[in-house]
Design a protein around this ligand. Structure first.
Ligand SMILES: [Zn+2]
Length: 376
């Protein structure tokens, strides 16, 4: 049953207004004159009734106006009816876009065209051509190929961050590079962004390979590549309206990546911490996808709640998950390192009430072809 109508009462409203007054309004620039917006739940439908995790989960989109303009706030909250209190959902925390931020974004985006990434020929300061790439001991996952120039790369301890430089001049020691989205002011380098758009994921076809990953097309004309793997969980959301939370990143030079998307104003790359379906239909497969993680463990077969045999993954520390997909090359038994995404399957496809993982495991080319045949 729809829970929203049953749960919203004066106590609920007052608790939400208090939340706004204490947690949101102090973050704004202007003296607010008018507040306009909505609080709703993506899960206020019979299809979600069985999902305990999201029973009291709400989303707000609110616009605060003043003579100087609009400021926006949005976020996801879990309501606790016993205490009439609100807590931010961890994966999709509330955020605010102030007037100052809006002005900065607009000015910087207009003045900065999209860049393609090329290895630099010279130092922008002293014009020496002795430019070395910088390799970090703890790079990002897509950092398998570090920057390469004709000079030796410099290895550096510690973790790469989006603000870390890519290049070092061996003559004057100048370092530069780093994230386009920070340089243009689109992103502060810290907070998660929220995107809303339609997932475009491609499957292998005999007519041409091309891009087989998944991206989100947003209404502002930006397209964000979220995954390059053709088995990604985002493929299960192809063509759907979603919201995605996460952080932009700049692929390292030397890593093969998309640099153009037909019709897009800008193409970016995005580490998804959570993606969620905005409009659920009866054929929806996944409701939510969480952040990618690396896991050690093994596949097992177990009997699901309905008595059907299901694939599960048992991690080294003994946690057991139902596998939501049918990964290429999955074999029962041996210990291996996999890439896993926590997912919330829709009630029509979930095999049990346990936590589900979407897994991509090591596989051969033959495994992949066999998998493609199964899903074409
Ligand atoms: Zn230099």
């Amino acid at each position: 049953m729809a829970h929203l109508a049953g749960e919203v009462d004066d106590r609920f409203r007052r608790a939400f207004y208090t939340y706004l007054a204490q947690q949101v309004i102090p973050l704004l620039d202007a003296q607010v004159e008018k507040i306009d917006g909505r609080l709703f739940s993506h899960y206020d439908r019979p299809q979600f009734a069985d999902l305990v995790e999201v029973r009291h989960r709400y989303y707000y989109e609110i616009s605060f106006s003043s003579p100087a303009g609009f400021e926006d706030a949005c976020g996801e909250l879990d309501y606790d009816p016993s205490t009439a209190s609100w807590a931010p959902s961890p994966a999709k925390p509330p955020s605010v876009i102030t007037l100052t931020q809006k002005r900065q974004f607009d000015a910087q985006l207009e003045s900065c065209p999209n860049e393609t990434i090329v290895a630099p020929y010279e130092c922008p300061k002293c014009h020496s051509n002795k430019v070395a790439g910088i390799i970090y001991d703890h790079g990002v996952p897509e950092d398998a190929n570090a920057p390469k120039t004709e000079f030796d790369s410099e290895r550096r301890g510690g973790a790469w961050s989006c603000k870390s430089p890519h290049w070092r001049c061996l003559s004057c020691k100048h370092e530069w590079g780093g994230d386009y989205w920070i340089r243009t002011g689109f992103w502060d380098g810290e907070k998660e962004l929220r995107l809303e758009g339609i997932v475009r994921a491609s499957r292998y076809s005999a007519h041409g390979a091309g891009f087989l990953g998944a991206a989100v097309e947003c209404r502002d004309g930006r397209v964000w590549v979220c995954d390059y793997d053709e088995q990604s969980p985002f493929h299960a959301l192809d063509g759907r309206q979603v919201e995605a939370f996460g952080k932009p990143f700049q692929p390292r030079p030397g890593v093969s990546c998309l640099i153009d998307w037909e019709g897009a104003r800008t193409l970016g790359h995005f580490h998804v911490s959570a993606m969620r379906l905005l409009d659920m239909t009866c054929d929806s497969e996944l409701v939510e996808v969480g952040a990618q993680q690396h896991l050690y463990g093994r596949f097992e077969r177990r009997l699901g709640d309905a008595g059907k045999s299901t694939l599960s993954f048992v991690t080294e520390d003994g946690n057991s998950f139902d596998v939501a997909n049918d990964p290429a090359g999955a074999t029962i038994g041996p210990s291996l390192k996999v890439c896993g995404y926590p997912v919330l399957p829709s009630p029509s496809v979930r095999t049990s009430s346990r936590q589900h993982l979407w897994i991509i495991c090591p596989h051969s080319t033959e495994d992949l072809w066999e998998w493609r045949k199964r899903y074409s």
